[in-house]
Design a binder for this molecule. Structure first.
Ligand code: ADP
Ligand code: ZN
Ligand code: ZN
Length: 744
């Protein structure tokens, strides 16, 4: 018997090992193998009776490249040991990973790597032992006398009722040695306990039971359970999608099968987790990158052993090793965070659909603003079944949306203020009533554009009608769709004003301005800078929930999934910012999503909500239709644009980035590739050009965009035409991004 083994540290090849007579090996197991004189861990990918060693010269199909063998000698080494009899991967997961590697033009071992959390790969399989401190109380007579400081510490430990040694030390600002001294004196017990590390530990979770469903929830659930294809659940914010998810999960569990629910990383808040924990108890596992390594390790193994049967997690949870997948849910399926940002650059939503199909599981994609890809799959191609939930639970209406034209907010020649007067009035009245406010600043517009301060006309590519991006490096405006470039004009091409320049303000400036206008308001600012600490995201939100602040000011980070009943006003400060992602044909879609999602934050409780949108482009369809909560009209119009412009979802798009320290070799690699792709029929090649982010950490970056009717065709062309890694110089890297989302 022979086994093909993937060794993590050797990404591009699979290796063949002999299975010793006395050993039983099965597919998916983790094994130890000798590799270049070192013992390595690997995973058994397939087994065969005869040696697959054949002098394969040219792989006939892309699949076979996986099995290209590096050695030609017939001396095949033996597997040394099976690390764990319980497989890490099922055969279907391996099939899924093969599909993934092919589809995204990445190595199989890389694909396999992305399916395992790092602490699992690191292989710490024992559950951690912790020291728990328990105060002895009441104290027996005759214990040695304590110093005043020791006495104080003992009282404090009594007050917090002990806990984990490390926590006690942290909380009381003391050292383990000091605590142990108290234990030695008989005042405490300090014992070693084996505990599975659980992200829910220490949280009080009240059990909850299923709510009686509304009529539209009921019919949605029935359709989901009966569907023969993936379901796109199009439900406005607050329509009760989560309750439907939970009841679909309960049904799946009752059938003896398991469920995975993907949520955007940012929406994986303690509230979401508690909601699931309170319904499903210990059978929920959470996979979250903010967990400690130990917690992630233990959660993953709990799933693998079948102890946890409901998995909630961000994109990588799509690979969770549940025993028998019965339901795959992707909440907020339009979310860009589902796209993995390193190789293989998979879309977890798309992998979810493929996995569900392979395992015969139900698949449910939910959103209030579906991606146009999914929308088209539902309404044009009939690949998905569309299920609508158009009303909010409890009859609360969607908030009234007011669009304010910032072009009118200042007299000609005056600078435009950050806040328009109606928004300031609205904020004042909320503060007086003790209601809360969310202010949202779309910061996605980091890619600088040129815009006229007087008439708001932006620099636009004459060929593509998208905004151009400014490149500081060579002082050019470039179109990231066709590659055209020009010098930034000195005057506005539309009105001739000399105030034609780069624009922008950030959350910190907004915060400063708020302090001036509303000195008494308590403000929480949330952005990448203020939330770098592991828990600060949760802590800031909890503080806001506890009404410790009046205003929550933040970037897209606050746009999703939060449910604050006391928020009655949402202000969107620069609604057109995302329209500024010039090189991005998805700009309008993102703007629509942001406004709709952010608006969904207002009026969630019994109080009515109001949304104020500040913009320079009040007539832009994305803004106008988002304000009118008219997704379907927007989707129809935008799909028509995409079709006309031959953009996704009608054409598939891939982005190949060439990066390295030597600009000449980066440029020449990009240009050579461009020439080779041009010879490919059915492929539209956009000229190689500097990436919007042209230099990153000393490395130059060039981009080549490819369009074709199918992503498989693009991936196949990449496999064929791009130089193999071995042929590249050390410093040059080529990154393939199929179905690219971020074109930075
Ligand atoms: P969505 O996920 O669509 O935004 P949620 O599932 O968060 O909506 O539901 C919005 C609110 O309505 C939540 O507070 C939820 O507890 C409540 N809710 C959902 N379904 C019901 C129901 N059938 N009966 C009563 N309340 C419900
Ligand atoms: Zn152009
Ligand atoms: Zn102008």
């Amino acid at each position: 018997m022979f086994a093909q083994v993937a060794i993590e540290q050797v990404p591009d090849t699979l290796f063949t090992y002999r299975v010793p007579e006395e050993m039983t090996v099965s597919v998916g197991q983790r094994v130890s193998v000798p590799w270049q004189r070192i013992m390595r861990s690997g995973y058994v990918i397939s087994l065969s009776e005869s040696s697959p060693y054949q002098p394969v010269k040219r792989p006939a199909s892309p699949q076979e490249t996986l099995f290209e063998l590096p050695e030609t000698s017939a001396t095949i080494k033996c597997i040394s040991a099976v690390d764990d009899p319980l497989p890490y991967f099922s055969e279907t997961t391996i099939r899924l990973l093969r599909w993934l590697a092919d589809y995204y033009s990445a190595g199989f071992t890389l694909a396999l790597r992305s399916a395992l959390p790092a602490p699992v790969r690191a292989g710490r399989t024992r559950e951690r032992e912790l020291f728990m401190v328990t105060p002895v109380h009441p104290l027996p007579k005759g214990l040695p006398k304590l110093t005043a400081r020791q006495q104080h510490l003992y009282t404090e430990i009594l007050r917090i009722d002990g806990g984990r040694l490390t926590h006690v030390c942290e909380e009381l600002g003391t050292t383990p040695a000091t605590v142990r001294k108290l234990a030695a004196n008989g005042y405490l017990r300090c014992e070693r306990v084996a505990v599975a590390r659980s992200p829910l530990k220490g949280r009080v979770v009240m059990p909850s039971s299923p709510l009686p469903l509304t009529a539209s929830q009921q019919s949605a659930l029935a359709m989901i359970l009966a569907a023969q294809k993936p379901v796109l659940l199009f439900g406005v914010t607050g329509s009760g999608k989560t309750e439907v998810y939970m009841q679909a999960i309960a049904k799946t569990l009752a059938e003896g099968r398991d469920a995975i629910m993907l949520v955007p990383e940012i929406a994986l808040t303690p509230q979401t987790v508690s909601r699931f924990a309170s319904r499903f108890g210990k059978t929920v596992a959470v996979l979250h990158s903010a967990l400690s390594d130990g917690e992630r390790h233990d959660e993953w193994h709990r799933i693998r052993r079948g102890e946890a049967r409901v998995v909630v997690g961000p994109r990588s949870a799509v690979f969770a090793p549940v025993r028998q997948l019965g339901l795959m849910i992707v909440d907020e399926e339009h979310d860009n965070g589902y796209k993995q940002d390193e190789s293989p650059r998979y879309s977890a939503r798309d992998v979810a659909v493929v996995r569900a199909k392979m395992e015969g599981a139900r698949c449910l994609l939910g959103s209030a603003t579906p991606s146009l890809e999914s929308w088209r799959n539902a309404v044009e191609l009939d690949k998905y079944q569309l299920v609508r939930m158009p009303e909010r639970v409890g009859g609360s209406v969607l908030p009234a949306v007011t669009v304010l034209d910032m072009g009118q907010a200042a007299a000609p020649g005056e600078p435009v203020p950050i806040f328009s007067p109606p928004l300031i009035d609205a904020m004042r009245s909320r503060l007086e009533r003790g209601e809360q406010i969310i202010l949202f600043l779309n910061r996605r517009g980091y890619a600088p554009t040129y815009q006229c301060a007087r008439c708001q006309t932006a620099a636009i590519c004459t060929k593509c009608s998208v905004k151009m991006t400014y490149h500081m490096k060579d002082d050019t405006l470039r179109c990231h769709l066709c590659g055209a470039w020009q010098r930034p004009p000195a005057r506005c091409p539309s009105c001739g004003s000399p105030e034609f320049s780069r624009l922008g303000f950030g959350t910190q400036r907004v915060e400063a301005a708020l302090h001036k206008i509303l000195p008494s308001a308590r403000i929480i600012r949330m952005d990448a800078d203020s939330t770098s600490h592991r828990h600060s995201h949760d802590e800031l939100l909890s503080a806001f929930r506890a009404k410790e602040a009046d205003i929550l000011l933040g970037t897209q980070m606050i746009a999703k999934g939060l449910d604050f009943p006391n928020v009655t006003l949402v202000g969107i400060l620069a609604a057109d910012r995302s329209l500024d992602i010039t090189y991005d044909f998805r700009a309008a879609e993102r703007t629509f999503q942001l406004i709709a999602q952010v608006s969904g934050r207002a009026g969630r409780g019994t109080l009515p909500g109001e949304v104020v949108v500040q913009t320079f482009q009040p007539d832009h369809p994305a803004i106008r239709l988002a304000a009118a909560c008219d997704y379907e009209t927007f989707a129809a119009e935008e799909l028509a644009n995409r079709r006309a412009e031959e953009c996704p979802p009608y054409q598939k798009l891939a982005c190949i980035t060439f990066t390295g320290n030597d600009l000449a070799s980066v440029t020449s690699a990009a240009r050579t590739a461009e020439k080779r792709f041009r010879a490919c029929r059915g492929l539209t090649v956009i000229p190689a050009m500097p990436a919007p982010l042209e230099k990153k950490e000393e490395a130059w970056r060039w981009q080549l965009l490819l369009r074709a009717p199918s992503s498989k065709a693009i991936a196949a062309a990449c496999d064929h035409l791009l130089p193999k890694k071995e042929r590249l110089s050390e410093s040059l890297r080529i990154l393939v991004d199929i179905d690219a989302v971020f074109l930075g």
